[in-house]
Design a protein around this ligand. Structure first.
Ligand SMILES: Cc1cc2nc3c(=O)[nH]c(=O)nc-3n(C[C@H](O)[C@H](O)[C@H](O)COP(=O)(O)OP(=O)(O)OC[C@H]3O[C@@H](n4cnc5c(N)ncnc54)[C@H](O)[C@@H]3O)c2cc1C
Length: 345
C-alpha cells in the first residue's frame, strides 16, 4: 500500500517575466497524482514471489543463437543467459525478454527500432523534504521565467517533487552524474526565482537529484515500428519514450504492463512451463496483441507531447502559430489523453 495517494486538486501557472507575477488557476482535470517512483517499484516488487527479481544485471547486448534461434543475453559482468529464463528489469518470465530498459534500450536496438531523438531541453529533477510540513497544499505549481519552467508537486504533507526545464546546454559534463554539481548548477539557474524556489533546490535530497536531456521516439516511427520479434518485446520508454510535457510517459508504461499481463494470462501463460513451441507461439500472439492494442494510444500521446515540445523550442513566430494550429486541430480537447481506460488486469 502506498502511504499517500498524492492526489492534486489545483494547478497554478505563475509567469514571472518582466518583474511581475501573472497567475492562472485551474482545477485539476481528471485524476492527477504525484507518486514517488520508488513507492511504485516497491509496491510492484512486494506483489512478486520472493527471488523473482535479480538486481544489478546490466544487459550489454542480445543476439540470436544461430542453432536454436533463441535470444542470448550478454551482461556487462560477462554472464550470459541463453535458454529458458531471460530477464530484463523489471519483469521475469520464462523464455521471454520483455525489454523495459528505458529510452536507451538495448532491447530496442536488437529489434532494429530507429534511434531515439533529443529535444534541445534539459531537465533537473529532485525531491525536497520539509520536516515540519510544507505550505503548498495539494497544488501543482508551474513558474515560468526567461524561457525556463520550474514545476512543484507535493507528494504528501512533507515531501515535494520538483523539476526545472531549460533550453541550455551546460558546458560542464560532470553535471550528468554528480549531484553536488547538479545542485550548484540549478541554484545558479534559479538565482532570479523567488526565495521559496531557491530554498527548495538548496535543500533537495542529494540522492534524488538527476539531470536529463529529454529524449523522444518520433511518433511516425511508433506508427510503423515492429516492437517484437519472436519472444522479445519492448514496453514503456523502450518502446515509446516521449517528452514529459503531458506527464504521461510513466503512466503509459504502467498501461503497457497491465495490457501485456492481461493478454498473457488470457492465453494461459501465467502458469506456463518454459520451452515448449506451443508456449513460444502463444507468447508471440500475446506480444502481437499488445502492440495492436497499444499502438494508437502511444502514437497519440507521443504526437501530442512532440507538438508541445516542438512548440516550446520554436523561436520562429510563424512556426509557433503552425504548431498551435496543429495542436488544436489534432487535439481539440487538450486533456483528452486523461480520459482513457486500458482495462482491468
Ligand atoms: C523530466 C521528466 C519528467 C517526467 N515526468 C513524468 C510525469 O510527470 N508523469 C509520467 O507518467 N511520466 C513522466 N516522465 C516519464 C517517465 O519517467 C518514464 O516514462 C518512465 O520512467 C518509463 O518507465 P520505464 O520503466 O519504461 O523506463 P525507466 O523508468 O527508464 O526504467 C528503465 C529501467 O531499466 C534499467 N536499465 C536500463 N538499461 C538497462 C540495461 N542495459 N540492462 C538492465 N537494466 C537496464 C534502468 O536502470 C531502469 O531501472 C518524465 C520523464 C522525464 C525525463
Amino acid at each position: 500500500m502506498l502511504t499517500c495517494d498524492g492526489t492534486l486538486y489545483r494547478e497554478r501557472v505563475v509567469s514571472l517575466d518582466g518583474g511581475k507575477q501573472d497567475i492562472l488557476l485551474y482545477h485539476c482535470v481528471g485524476e492527477t497524482r504525484c507518486l514517488r517512483r520508488k513507492d511504485i517499484i516497491d509496491t510492484l516488487y512486494a506483489a512478486l514471489p520472493p527471488t523473482t527479481v535479480k538486481f544489478s544485471c546490466e544487459l550489454e547486448s542480445i543476439e540470436l543463437d544461430p542453432l536454436t534461434t533463441k535470444p542470448i543475453l550478454r551482461f556487462i559482468d560477462g554472464n550470459t543467459i541463453s535458454t529458458k529464463v531471460l530477464t530484463i528489469c523489471p519483469y521475469q518470465i520464462n523464455v521471454v525478454v520483455i525489454g523495459s530498459d528505458g529510452g536507451k534500450s538495448i532491447v530496442a536496438k536488437f529489434l532494429n527500432l530507429k534511434p531515439t531523438k533529443m529535444f534541445p531541453i534539459f531537465a533537473v529533477r529532485g525531491l525536497t523534504n520539509y520536516p515540519h510540513g510544507h505550505p503548498f497544499g495539494r497544488e501543482f505549481t508551474r513558474f515560468k521565467k526567461d524561457g525556463m519552467l520550474v514545476g512543484r508537486l507535493p507528494i504528501d504533507n512533507n515531501m515535494i517533487y520538483w523539476f526545472s526545464a531549460q533550453p541550455y546546454i551546460p558546458k560542464d559534463e560532470r553535471i550528468w552524474k554528480n549531484p553536488e554539481v547538479i545542485r550548484r548548477y540549478t541554484m545558479e539557474l534559479l538565482s532570479n526565482y523567488p526565495q521559496e524556489i531557491q530554498e527548495m533546490a538548496k535543500n533537495a535530497d542529494m540522492n534524488s537529484l538527476s539531470f536529463t536531456h529529454l529524449r523522444y521516439r518520433d511518433p511516425w516511427d511508433l506508427l510503423t515500428g515492429t516492437f517484437f520479434k519472436g519472444t522479445v518485446v519492448v514496453v514503456g520508454d523502450a518502446m515509446h519514450v516521449m517528452g514529459p510535457f503531458l506527464g504521461q510517459g510513466g503512466s503509459a508504461a504502467l498501461e503497457d504492463a497491465v495490457v501485456l499481463a492481461r493478454n498473457m494470462a488470457q492465453l494461459g501463460l501465467n502458469h506456463a512451463e518454459s520451452g515448449s513451441e506451443v508456449i513460444v507461439h502463444r507468447v508471440g500472439k500475446a506480444f502481437d496483441q499488445l502492440v495492436r492494442q497499444r499502438r494508437i494510444r502511444v502514437v497519440r500521446l507521443s504526437l501530442q507531447a512532440y507538438l508541445i515540445g516542438t512548440l516550446l523550442v520554436s523561436s520562429s513566430r510563424l512556426k509557433r502559430i503552425l504548431w498551435i494550429m496543429l495542436l488544436f486541430l489534432l487535439f481539440p480537447n487538450q486533456n483528452g489523453h486523461m480520459d482513457y481506460d486500458c482495462g482491468d488486469l
